[in-house]
Write a protein that binds this ligand. Structure first.
Ligand SMILES: *[C@@H]1O[C@H](CO)[C@@H](O)[C@H](O)[C@H]1NC(C)=O
Ligand SMILES: [Zn+2]
Ligand SMILES: [Zn+2]
Length: 814
């Protein structure tokens, strides 16, 4: 038995394209793999985590008491989005933070995790680095936070439209506070807090793409193998009580390379305690309220902070006897907006025009006991909570301690506060209250709430859940917690890959089956009993189910599967051109550039400005930028421009006439059902959907250089035009007549019995549209449903109109 030549051609085409796809993937990720051992899958290496040993626990001489010691704290803020066009939030919040918060909180240092500037134009379409925004940022720090240690890093907005680190448009290099540190560390720098009680390390990583496209295809970050080497060095070279990592991007929006020794993020994460990030702001619809996660395998926390731009949130993090606590505080936003301020509050000689100072409500941060939801099991001395003698908390306010009224509630019971005392000083606003944690029930969560009220009646409070048995509580962040612990890039890659594979299989398997079947029938032509073709057998099974009065759920499911199997089986034959074009589209998506665009208009040369988009990344001057946005975009397009139209076309491979059994009980009620996609309103929706897809491509052009190159040199444009034509004039299209495609099931006896009772059908208004009176002329033709079968000739009803149409355009029929 021979496999037809054409099938081999298809198979070999798929094989060659897959090889090229592998090659493209391999070269696009080259920088992420570096010199790592192993080719595609670098060998796994694991490092010994720096867990606390149990002997250390037993010999622990430190007791958490009432001394104002073993404690420091710092501030993290993120996503300032200083904008020269937008007033609300943005710059105003940032200036208020510097002016009203810093002098009160007096942190050891401030870290800004990226998106320092907004870099969007007035209409929020294109993006560009504006010097005014950077001047405000730098001058505000110089003039308002001169006494504060300040660290910052770039976010995606700070590398919109950026040809390279060395480019003059990379204003972070000059105006960013840590520009020099980042440059010296080649994208990563560290600093330490060294105290008599311990050593703490802080690592800031700049994960921006080395060439930053304008928005919107600049959302993901990555660390090359070279940066991973420096990351590994920072984490592994010496021991610290705690290491904290700061990055703009949550790990789910990052691609981490493999270090040259084979370390992945998983291996390195064992050596830090907390990963602080921003970037998601607060998402929308409450999805981003608690973007916090705990990774059991690496024993690390990942904590996203809500943005400064809209929500005015800053985070105070304290390390007390090596227990890490934090609180997210909101600026008094309403009060500040009343005071107003200009959009770019900068005088001609670069003086910041500060808004009037506002009084911030007291902020409370409980450091002992520590919130059990954020327990880092093996990296924190959690046992110290149950051995401690005092509740400890910090109160940040400019009101003096004696003017504060403090209430402490434990499990709903108000505690006696006569022993409450302010033990701190000017730089450590610490309060303590003696307690006996032994008396609290273990294996149980407790709630501690501390409320602070000033003499003017302004209050602030903090509430935590804690445990004395050293166990973790659930973060309970719901969807947010899930989002932060996913790995988006991998999802996009998997969905893209699986969708393409599935579509290719659904195209090729029916095709091969038909080829194969045709061959078999050719060899069996001499035999008396030719087997019914598969699709006719399926059809008769559908009719059988239809004849049941009350089909079971199982049968209805079977019917649904049969119908779709039938559609896929018939698709290559009923719409051969659509089949072929879809096949070509898929191979092209895997192997060819999708479009060319002016990604970086600020580039000095054409090579810097123009890039080529592949599913696997962007290419500039033969250099890959493995930014994961390409996967996100490709995934979206494969689903919305590829798979969805493919399914629509496959759907059209059957009509309700094929499937509809004239002998079914439903037929006697006079309400034969039509396929959803045969209704005019559904076809209207298809067109609207198509217009939407087209407008997305046009929108892409408006971001990246307009008609030339993005619209013209774009693979999706011819495809969408073709799709538009098929939606209109293809089989079952808006403008093609349904009557021309009528089939009659000749294997279903009951249908055959009903074939003479045509009047019955005409009574049904459902079908009268499909079958006008002049169509009612019986013509005998060879049933061409199975053009290859040649086994059965039968008569069916086809209108003369349709017949003549058929002669002119054979492919539109059937
Ligand atoms: C920091 O680590 C050292 C060495 O393990 C330990 O002796 C010290 O107690 C730790 N500091 C704190 C505050 O726990
Ligand atoms: Zn942002
Ligand atoms: Zn961002």
């Amino acid at each position: 038995m021979k496999f037809p030549v054409i099938s081999w051609v298809y198979l070999i085409a798929v094989l060659l394209c897959s090889l090229r796809a592998c090659y493209l993937y391999w070269s696009s990720t080259h920088e992420l793999r570096g010199a790592a051992p192993g080719l595609f899958w670098p060998q796994r290496l694991t490092t010994q985590p720096t867990y606390m040993s149990s002997t250390m626990k037993r010999n622990d001489s430190l007791t958490i008491g009432s001394e104002p010691d073993h404690l420091f704290y710092f501030i993290q803020i993120s996503d300032l989005h200083l904008s020269k066009f937008r007033a609300k939030g943005h710059t105003l919040h940032f200036l208020h933070f510097i002016q009203s918060v810093l002098p009160v909180v007096k942190p050891r240092f401030v870290v800004v995790t990226g998106d320092l500037t907004d870099a969007k134009d007035q209409k929020r379409i294109t993006s560009h680095q504006y010097i005014e925004e950077w001047l405000v940022y730098r001058n505000a720090i110089d003039q308002g936070a001169n006494n504060t240690q300040w660290y910052d890093m770039r976010g995606n907005h700070d590398c919109f439209d950026l040809p390279s680190w060395e480019s003059r448009v990379n204003m972070y290099r000059e105006y960013g506070q840590s520009g020099l540190l980042t440059e010296e560390g080649q994208g990563l720098y560290t600093w330490q807090v060294n105290e008599h009680y311990g050593q703490y390390q802080f690592v800031a990583i700049d994960a921006c793409p080395k060439r930053g496209p304008s928005r919107p295809l600049n959302f993901f970050g990555y660390l090359t193998s070279a940066t991973m080497d420096r990351f590994a060095h920072a984490l592994l070279s010496s021991w610290y009580n705690h290491t904290f990592v700061f990055s703009h991007y949550p790990t789910t929006t990052m691609v981490f390379g493999v270090s040259s020794q084979g370390y992945r993020l998983r291996d390195l994460a064992r050596h830090y305690s907390v990963y602080f990030c921003g970037h998601f702001h607060r998402l929308a619809a409450g999805l981003g309220d608690m973007l916090q996660g705990y990774d059991t395998t690496t024993d690390t926390l990942e904590l996203e902070v809500i943005d400064m731009k809209d929500h005015g949130v800053y985070r105070i993090v304290a390390v007390d006897h090596d227990l890490i606590s934090f609180t997210d505080v909101r600026l008094p936003v309403k009060q500040m907006r009343k005071s107003g301020g200009s959009i770019t509050p900068l005088t001609a000689d670069h003086q910041i025009l500060w808004p009037p100072k506002v009084q911030i409500p007291p902020a409370v941060l409980i450091t002992n006991p520590k919130d059990a939801r954020y327990t880092i099991k093996h990296k924190e001395p959690i046992h110290r909570i149950k051995d401690s003698t005092h509740i400890r908390f910090l109160v940040f306010t400019d009101v003096s301690p004696q003017d504060l009224t403090i209430s402490v509630t434990l499990d709903g019971v108000l505690l006696e506060t006569s022993f409450l005392s302010f033990v701190g000083n000017d730089t450590l606003p610490l309060w303590t209250l003696p307690w006996e944690p032994d008396r609290l029930a273990p294996r149980q969560q407790h709630v501690l709430k501390i409320q602070v009220r000033t003499s003017q009646g302004v209050s602030g409070s903090s509430s935590i859940v804690f445990r004395v048995d050293g166990m973790r509580s659930n973060i309970g962040g719901g969807v947010s917690e899930w989002i932060i612990s996913t790995h988006m890039t991998t999802y996009f890659q998997c969905v893209s890959f699986l969708t393409i594979t599935a579509m290719l299989s659904l195209l090729l398997i029916p095709k091969f089956y038909m080829h194969f079947h045709a061959q078999r029938q050719a060899t069996q032509v001499s035999e008396k009993t030719t087997p019914l073709s598969r699709s006719r057998r399926i059809l008769s099974q559908i009719h059988d189910i239809d004849q049941q009065t009350l089909p079971t759920l199982y049968n209805r499911l079977r019917r649904w599967i049969f119908i779709w199997a039938l559609r896929f089986l018939r698709f290559p034959e009923t719409q051969p051109y659509v089949w072929f074009t879809t096949f070509i589209l898929l191979l092209a998506m895997m192997t060819l550039p999708w479009f060319r665009a002016e990604f970086i208009p600020s580039g000095a040369t054409a090579g810097e400005r123009y890039g080529t988009f592949y599913m696997y990344g962007l290419v500039f001057e033969n250099e890959w930028v493995p930014i994961a946005d390409s996967w996100m975009y490709a995934c979206e397009q494969i689903l919305l421009n590829g798979a969805s139209f493919f399914m629509l076309f496959v759907w059209r491979s059957t009509t309700s006439h094929d499937i509809y059994c004239y002998g079914s009980p439903k037929a006697h009620t006079g309400k034969p059902r039509r396929q959803l996609n045969e209704y005019a309103w559904f076809k209207g929706l298809e067109v609207i959907y198509w217009l939407w897809r087209l407008s997305e491509v046009v929108a892409l052009a408006s971001f990246y250089g307009g008609v030339w190159p993005t619209l013209i040199q774009n693979m999706l444009v011819p495809w969408l035009i073709y799709v538009g034509a098929i939606l209109g004039w293809g089989t079952g299209g808006l403008f093609s007549s349904a009557a021309s495609r009528r089939l009659r099931m000749q294997d279903c006896e009951i249908c055959q019995q009903h074939r003479h009772s045509e009047t019955y059908d005409s009574k049904s208004d459902q079908f009268s549209m499909l079958m006008s009176d002049e169509d009612r002329c019986r013509v005998n033709i060879l049933l061409s449903e199975e053009s290859t079968s040649g086994s059965s000739a039968s008569s069916t009803y086809v209108s003369p109109k349709a017949k003549s149409r058929k002669k002119k355009n054979p492919k539109s029929a059937l």
